[in-house]
Design a protein around this ligand. Structure first.
Ligand code: GLA
Ligand code: GLA
Length: 716
């Protein structure tokens, strides 16, 4: 009974539904955050509501970590406090995104049933003391969690203020891997469904390597601790990640279906973590199983702040298949979980939120409303900081509420992110596979290489769309495959067909190396795409600085510099033109070796970039190519941006005509932009007020943004 629902299959897609406004209210870009009133005495609740109104907050997420309050014992239930909070919020016109309250089990439950606790790779118990200490494959935990869902749904089914369900919270954040017996049984069942026979598992996992051949499914164990310095079977590990995502998804679906049966009219979501490196689950698969996509994003400190945010958000928009989505969490300033918790610079609180809206968010929320005075997150910034109402953060929070209101009135709600001409492909499976510790270099990374391309394209004036590999990247004028290490035969064929029919593809080093089982495509790399790219690679030349006398970098004759990785391209097809070569000492064997090539394949072209060049090196290398490939710079965006200094993003209204143009300063100095329409909102922008309603020049300060509306047809 443990795992009957954990199957490696993709269920029926759900129909898109976004939370509707409260009765008597107009649709707005939802604005608010996680609200944890149980951390405060009741008199603070009234002050919360006063401040929420002041900030124009329209929604809060409630009860995410309230299990111990709602069900203080196996047979005791207490909804009174929650009823009271919701009534107060509703009376103030504030809607509730209500949690299933199942994210973290109460102490009585883990005391009573310690068998719900996960086990780590060594078999040790993962104890309570923080949160999310439960295993998704535990039938006992499932019973209790579904009972909570049922009670919550029964209790709030007719509550007019509850506009959506927030199922659990960040599944897998702390319990992605579980190595318990429940997990082991479920993994065996999962493998049975996926492979049918143990021999098929053996074939996929390559078990003749190191005498791992199995003769029955009960010989399958999770990838438990194997001793330091040893190497796990890579395909088993990859499959364990797939299984773990599926196991959590099956659990989510059980919670969802329990809620849905009782409250069919309330749309539901669960918050993803597409943010930095922390893409834990197969979110593009999960996105088919929510009514609307929601995401938690936490900023990357330093110079990549805006680019990484836009890249991650664009990927979320891709997962949502360009339907408006919900930004469930972000921080107003510092988080508390990094080694050093940098605050946001002036203007970044507003700028970040507008950037999420630009990328398709129709809700802007934070973790959390009021900064905690106690507990593990007391140093995490919030909408109401420790300093209180009289603070820059709260003034910015109020300004943002105003600004979002103006965008809503202008009709931004329900508009969608305009399609770019360039798609950067993201493949979560490749990211999982490359995390393995026995690869040519640990510097090969499937999160940062697409980000480098996104940034390089911005440097060339192009705001690309980040598109999951299951998405429609082959409907774009150009596609980037950045370290898409795993390529199934079907996906390789998709690339082939796309280029043959006139598509333009940029393929990087580390792409098309293995199939979906991580078996190498033989005959020379990139085995899956040798014909398309016209290159053949016999050996890799990783770069590093961990031994005396090894090379950390190698120059290209176009001025770019390779670090971490070079493909030794040993031959090129007759249809292939070499665009750049390495300049290195003869004894390296790299001098004059092709670094970047352009192949004519069918009606299309394939550019191959055989080294890790970083965003600057990529930009330098592709800038001269864009015009040649018919992708003149600023392709697909409104052309008012001041080149690389500005990120320009457009949302298009449902009428297909009205366009909302968002322009962001990407630099740390002032930048002038041309506004060609009616200014709706600006922040850290000079003369914007004067230009309101007019076209004209606006100076964007660092973190500055201007948003205007236009009916003009964009230049191509
Ligand atoms: C050892 C082992 C071999 C192989 C090599 C790899 O020598 O005996 O099986 O793993 O290391 O370097
Ligand atoms: C996650 C969680 C929140 C909070 C924030 C802090 O996103 O969902 O409860 O812990 O991180 O950044």
């Amino acid at each position: 009974m443990t795992s009957k629902n954990v199957a490696p299959t993709e269920g029926t897609e759900r129909t898109y539904r976004f939370p509707r406004p409260l009765a008597g209210h107009q649709p707005t870009i939802w604005y608010g955050g996680d609200y944890n009133p149980e951390q405060w005495p009741e008199e603070v609740w009234d002050d919360d509501i006063r401040l929420m109104r002041k900030a124009k907050v329209s929604v809060v997420s409630l009860a995410i970590f309230s299990w111990a309050r709602i069900q203080p014992g196996p047979d005791t239930w207490d909804f009174a406090w929650l009823d009271k909070v919701i009534a107060k919020l509703g009376a103030a016109g504030i809607a509730v995104d209500l949690a299933s309250a199942t994210a973290s089990p109460a102490p009585w439950l883990t005391n009573l049933h310690p068998e719900i606790l996960p086990r780590d790779a060594r078999g040790d118990v993962v104890w309570p003391g923080a949160r999310q200490h439960w295993r998704p494959t535990s039938p006992v935990f499932r019973t209790y969690a579904l009972e909570m869902c049922r009670r919550m749904a029964e209790h709030y089914k007719d509550n007019p203020y509850v506009v959506s369900w927030h199922v659990s919270n960040e599944y897998g954040c702390h319990n992605f891997f579980d190595y318990s017996d429940d997990a082991q049984n479920a993994f065996r069942d999962w493998a049975k469904v996926k492979y049918g026979t143990i021999d098929a598992v053996n074939d996929a996992w390559g078990t003749d390597f190191w005498a791992q051949r199995m003769t029955s499914f009960d010989q399958i164990i999770p990838p438990k601790f194997i001793g330091e310095g040893n190497f796990m079977n890579p395909t088993k590990l990859l499959d364990y990640k797939r299984f773990s995502s599926d196991a959590l998804k099956a659990f989510y679906e059980a919670e969802r279906d329990t809620l849905q049966e009782i409250t069919p009219d309330k749309p539901l979501t669960t918050n993803f973590m597409v943010s930095g490196e922390s893409v834990v689950l197969d979110y593009d698969d999960w996105a088919r199983q929510v009514d609307f996509v929601s995401n938690d994003h936490y900023f990357t400190p330093g110079t990549r702040h805006l680019d990484e945010l836009a890249y991650a958000s664009s990927l979320v928009d891709g997962m949502s298949r360009k339907k408006p989505w919900w930004l469930m969490e972000q921080s107003t300033s510092a988080v508390n979980w990094r080694t050093v918790n940098y605050r946001k610079r002036p203007g970044e609180l507003l700028r970040d939120s507008y950037a999420h809206v630009a990328m398709g968010a129709d809700a802007v929320c934070y973790f959390q409303w009021r900064q905690s005075a106690a507990g593990a997150e007391k140093f995490h910034s919030s909408m109401v900081p420790h300093a209180g109402e009289d603070s820059q953060v709260f003034r910015d929070v109020c300004e943002l509420g105003e600004g979002l209101g103006k965008l809503s009135e202008a009709g931004v709600v329900g508009s969608t992110l305009a399609k770019s001409r360039v798609a950067v492909v993201f493949d979560g499976d490749s990211k999982w596979a490359l995390e393995h510790t026995a690869t040519p270099t640990q510097a090969l990374q499937s999160w940062t290489e697409p980000l480098d391309w996104f940034t390089a394209l911005l440097d060339c004036g192009v705001t690309a769309d980040v598109v999951p590999i299951r998405g429609e990247w082959d409907s774009y004028d150009a596609v980037v495959l950045p370290t898409v290490y795993l390529l199934s035969a079907a996906n390789a064929e998709r690339v082939r067909t796309y280029v043959r029919n006139g598509g333009k593809v940029f393929v990087t080093y580390g792409s098309g190396i293995s199939n979906e089982a991580d078996h190498i495509w033989l005959g020379g790399y990139p085995g899956a795409l040798r014909d398309v790219t016209g290159v053949r690679i016999e050996e890799f030349n990783p770069l590093g600085d961990d031994f005396p006398g090894v090379d950390a970098k190698v120059k290209l004759d176009n001025g770019a510099v390779a670090r971490d990785w070079i493909d030794v391209i040993s031959s090129t097809a007759s249809t292939c033109e070499v665009l750049a070569r390495y300049k290195a000492d003869e004894d390296t064997g790299l001098n004059d070796v092709p670094a970047i090539t352009l192949n004519q394949f069918g009606q299309g072209q394939a550019v191959y970039v055989g080294a890790k060049l970083g965003s600057k090196g990529i930009a330098k290398s592709i800038a001269p190519l864009l015009a040649r490939l018919g992708l003149a710079s600023r392709a697909g965006v409104d052309t008012d941006a001041a080149g690389a200094d500005v990120m320009s993003v457009t949302r298009v209204a449902a009428d297909g005509k009205t366009r909302f143009v968002f322009q962001f300063n990407r630099t740390r100095h002032n930048v002038a932009v041309q506004v060609r329409g009616t200014v709706l909102v600006s922040s850290h922008a000079v003369n914007a007020a004067g230009a309101a309603g007019e076209s004209g020049e606006v100076t964007l300060q660092p973190a500055g943004v201007v948003i205007y509306e236009t009916d003009a047809v964009p230049e191509k």
